[in-house]
Design a protein around this ligand. Structure first.
Ligand code: FES
Ligand SMILES: [Fe+2]
Length: 381
């Protein structure tokens, strides 16, 4: 052991049992489920899929959604279930103003969910259709995603968007930039998706490639972390000298600084700045169901702005990178089926421990933070 390194403590996965539990019905799921964080924004799908009078479906936190875009451009997300008899509204019709249920033709205004018409009502009926609401959720377009606010059970009537927590946003540091996005379904629960995302030790093994790094390039790292509200920041520093993309930025001959923030429920922001050149990404790991999740990465940059094909090249390498994580998690899901006991070690798994502690605090409605100030972590990667 090197001087100054703490003896690694091994923390049993069982201490997170409240967050990672087995489905009582067992066999239908690939791996353990995770406790989900409600009352927050999650990306449902790319918003350019919402056009014309098409209805699209998505699943977020085990909630089936139907999404679309009204004639006036506003996007909406409703529970994909008619409040009358539960048939999916997505099999019905949309004329740009109202969603009509395929079963008995009830019509709904999709942003509010308010029922506008019940065709079967006669002059003898006293029922006021407009007092009936289908479930509709706050839905906003940002950075090319349709973000949906998923309320917890029993959190009451839908709130005004102004009263909700702020929508996460990809920062941009210049007027002109390029951007790209990637998505991958992961067969594991959101906790595994997130700790895989923040895990510093898998890089040299999972992401081996000539253009990134190899096992042989492993070296000792010291990184400074500081607490931020509901998350932590890997403070600005010169990034890994052993990875090629960062070396490329060196051509600008300016000091390079990167910041990586993780914030609940599922967000990782990375910003790399080199003089007036910048690269920024927002990665989210969104629970699709309690046992599966999806990773979405949206990036923007003005680096090599004038180089042709740079977006396709970035997408190609980005896709390879995400695919490597995805393949690893598919293999991991195979092992997790049998619910093995697992470990979190110091210091490489410290961010994962902070994540679990932050999540626990959020679930308990407390603002307790697992860090009481900045710390340095050491690992080899
Ligand atoms: S089930 Fe939708 S109108 Fe009856
Ligand atoms: Fe990775």
């Amino acid at each position: 052991m090197l001087p100054g390194m703490q003896h690694p403590t091994v923390l049993s996965w069982e201490s997170m049992a409240r967050l990672t539990t087995m489905d009582p019905n067992g066999s239908t799921i690939a791996g353990p489920t995770a406790t989900l964080i409600y009352d927050d924004w999650y990306p449902a799908l790319r918003s350019d899929r919402l056009r014309g009078n098409k209805l699209e479906t998505a699943m977020l936190l085990d909630l089936p959604l139907v999404l679309g875009r009204r004639k006036d451009g506003k996007i909406f997300a409703m529970r994909d279930s008619c409040p009358h008899r539960g048939i999916p509204l997505s099999v019905g019709w949309f004329d740009g103003e109202h969603v009509t249920c395929r079963y008995h033709g009830w019509e709904f205004e999709p942003c509010s969910g308010q029922c506008a018409a019940i065709p079967s009502l006669s002059s003898f009926d006293k029922l006021d259709a407009t007092r009936i609401f289908a479930s509709a959720y706050p839905c906003v377009e940002k950075d090319g995603y349709a973000w949906v606010f998923i309320p917890g059970a029993g959190s009451g009537r839908r709130k005004d968007i102004a009263e909700l927590p702020a929508l996460p946003e990809l920062p941009k540091f210049s007027e002109h930039y390029r951007s790209a996005h990637l998505t991958a379904d992961l067969p594991c629960n959101v906790d595994h998706g997130i700790i895989g995302l923040m895990d510093p030790a898998h890089g040299p093994f999972v992401h081996q490639a000539w253009w990134w790094r190899s096992r042989a390039s492993i070296r000792e790292k010291t990184k400074r972390f500081e607490p931020i509200p509901e998350g932590f920041r890997m403070a600005a520093h010169a990034p890994s000298g052993n990875s090629a993309p960062y070396k490329l930025l060196g051509v600008y001959g300016q000091p390079i600084e990167t910041t990586i923030d993780f914030v609940l429920p599922n967000r990782r922001w990375e910003t790399i700045r080199c003089g007036d050149k910048w690269f920024a990404s927002l990665t989210t790991v969104t629970p699709v169901t309690a046992s599966t999740c999806r990773i979405d990465v949206v990036g923007a940059w003005n680096v090599f702005y004038s180089v042709p094909f740079v977006t396709s090249i970035a997408k190609f390498f980005g896709a390879k990178f995400v695919r490597q994580d995805q393949v690893t998690m598919i293999q991991q899901a195979e092992g997790l089926k049998h619910n093995p006991s697992l470990m979190l070690i110091d210091d490489a798994d410290k961010p994962a421990k902070w994540y679990f502690a932050l999540k626990q605090a959020r679930l308990e409605g407390s603002t307790k933070h697992p860090m009481d100030g900045p710390v340095e972590l050491h690992w080899r990667s």
